[in-house]
Design a protein. Sequence first.
Lengths: 321, 372, 314
Amino acid sequence: MAAKDHSMTSVAIDTAPEQVTRTGIRRRLQDALPKIVLAPSFAVTLFFVYGFIIWTGYLSFTNSKTFPSYALTGGRAYQRLWTWTFENDPPSSWYTSITNMGIFGLLYIGCCLALGLLLAILLDQKIRGEGFLRPLYLYPMALSLIVTGVAWKWILDPGLGLEQTFHQMGWTSFHFDWIKNKDFVIYTVVIAGVWQASGFVMAMFLAGLRGIDGEIMKAAQIDGASTWQVYRRIIIPLLRPVFLSALIVLAHMSIKSYDLVVALTSGGPGGSAWLPSNFMYEYTFRRNEMAVGSASAIIMLMAISAIIVPYLYSELREKKS
Amino acid sequence: MAFLEISDLRKRFGSLEILKGINLSLDKGGFLVLVGPSGCGKSTLLNSIAGLEPITSGDIRIDGRRVADLHPSKRDIAMVFQSYALYPNMTVEGNISFGMEMRKIPLAERKAAIERVSKVLQIGHLLDRKPGQLSGGQRQRVAMGRALVRDPKLFLFDEPLSNLDAKLRVDMRTEIKRLHDTTGTSMVYVTHDQVEAMTLATKIAVMRDGEVQQFGIPSEIYNNPTTIFVADFMGSPAMNLLPARVENTGGSVSVVLARADGDELRLAVGEEKGKLLLRGPTPNLIVGIRPEALTDPAGADRHAKNVVEAECQIEVVEPAGSDTFAVTRLAGKDVVARLRGDALVHAGQKTFLAFNMDKAVFFDPATERRIA
Amino acid sequence: MTVLDMDVSDAKRMARMRVINRIVIYGLLGIFAVLYLMPLFVMLVTSFKTMDEIQGGNMLALPRSPTLDAWVKAWGQACVGLTCNGISGYFWNSIKMVVPAVAVSTVLGALNGYVLTKWRFRGHTLVFGLMLFACFIPFQSVLLPMATILGNITRFGITLRSTFGTSFGLGDPTANLAFVHVVYGLGFTTLFFRNYYAAFPDELIKAAQMDGAGFFQIFWRIMVPNSLPIIVVTVIYQFTNIWNDYLFASAYAGTGDAMPMTVALNNVVNTSTGVVEYNVNMAAAMIAALPTLIIYVVAGRYFVRGLMAGAVKG
């Protein structure tokens, strides 16, 4: 208050420069404050994410074994992975991991999308008790993959689970031992994974369906379209952005899934259930092939980036315009 | 020195110049309205006065004090926002007292100030409510209360009425005018609504593309627009702007407009304006005639010296109660005439219209500036 | 007459169709509900059975004489590796890791979101983009360097302890894990708050500035009181993610007393000494699942919203 009175009584121009420098410094500090607040988070991200990625990339060009070694020895780790990629008789661990990734990725994403869409459409038919049913499909998403794995390990165990139960109910010819079969164990991972995530995809589709203008439905019905036609020709095409988001999320979750394989199959007979994430962990921490493990991590990163980077780029650009 | 002085104010965003050298001034107790279409820079100018956006160059003085480097809260101003910007988590009382709290004014003083303001705006019964529980008009009042309680040197309004329905908007407009009359505080008001501008302002600045097109008192802006843009923007229905040609026939100067049927309509402009038009850069020009200067002969201004009556084909009639608007076609454009409410005209009929050429204005089509 | 007849039969047929339609829809929804509930049901009933009943019985059958023995044993006596003290200690490990990690990452996320929407600066999109991408990296690509760094910190902590008698918390595996989760959770919390604050009217910030409030005053007095929904979403999302994490937990606290719940559960299940006690395994799994399940039941709406916000950038 005093400062204001002062400037009002004396000639304003005289006091102006002094006032400017004093407030100038404070103002500059004020201006910098937001950046100062953001800086630690950003620095942490730069170091612990991007710095570490570079670090891992560097290690993949060394011949680190049990301990990191920092002498560059060229792309030998990648060369080995490349050779293993074609070594299918008997399959190399890497060959198994990436074929499993293909099978798991396709089936997991496909089944989740199909099941999620089906459930969402069924729930969207003005169902009584929707509020009761919806959480039943979605709750598995709250469970960890470890718990999921433990539960399904029990259910799929031939001596205890489904097989045993059906035998007791009189269906003695029923045979289901995929979890112990090196050629089929990856499909049990798909089953458990789909059970865990499809409810979430359902929720995404349901939100998408609820976002569609109800008048479009009415207009189509007046045009004489059947319910099936309305869905096939109008609703599902309108859900394209949801498909894209769900696809991105599922692709990302499938490349990262590691826990489920460990808990459900402990890696499967002879590592037959491995995904690249398990390969990386085993080679880095158990088989003392740190360089190879790092190289596989970099390959995983590049695979995810190929999907995520264009997506994020378009999302952030759209927001700008 | 004027109370509010803006000199050569510029603002740039990269290579984009949003304000291109604004010069404005307002006397103490005045009401300045910044009006223009969206994107003309009026809100940026207001935010610059408030200190919410940094300026690139130029100067802003309030009551003789340079404020360009001061924090918004140090400029002794108050602002009412378009969305009212009431803090949703605080009660009405909390909203009004927050600024005083920030300035560490003692509780007793705050209470007294709130009581005074809530009496003026009649919001005493709302003090315990949250903004979400208020109607649009009540929120508007609270927003004004929050500004009023600061007892600022300068009030800023950023399109404060645009979120209200038509009837409430008129009521609140009156309220703001009354507030100005009773407090005598200087105000700067941004709107895109030219009716608000005309009714509230003591000074209007019409803006376009970061420039002030015309700055003056409302009647001057309305009657003597200096550019086609201002003529077109101010007034509703808008001024009729018609391409025409100047002709000098036997000492009498007239403008000639093409009629729809191929004939020509001659409108004598009187001696004074005629001279100016002949001296103009080109015989082709744009004539501006406001709808109220184009009436039925019985309703024409009896004091006007140059009134031309001409028969016109009426195409559409729009009765509006107090007036009747008739649309005819001249010079390839729809022309709106404002007739008395009880005028007997029908679409498709021919009728005489009186052109009051005293009120007509003339523009150079190339520069879009006023000739006469 | 005939026209009327046709109308009646048409209407009847349509009504019948509608009934059949409804039966099919409810039937399908019911079957799926049973299928989705089955694993949880099996876990629950098994955890209340005795081993005798499990070995000879049907996994879907209800327990003949429900008993809490398996739960008590899982909590207090189950073997994790060679120690047989139950999982209670590991449960508390998880709590001690999750609570600070969630709190710190939420506060930082709120501040970051506030800066990135209301105090924008040149390059804010790039900064946000880089932080956002960090949410999507496979953590395998940072696993090893982090292990190296944490190893060094732990060694430094041991040195400190031998000189000063205390390690100042440096190298404690639970603290390490909390730190790791803060670092790799920042992207998500920032994303949540940024998107929420982007829809928060700028005029409120301007009004508060005119009222004389500074950067932190606006944050605490205006932003935070209006952020309850997104705070709930973020806390739930982070809690679920960190509680359920296995990769970091097994890499940085995979052995010893400091294991979090997920690692301990996996070890209980895979401990091969003696008879495998399935009822104890299931009880342990239920205990591991309970915190997130309870949150899901209590605040399912916010849980779903968090998942969506993490999935659709908007």
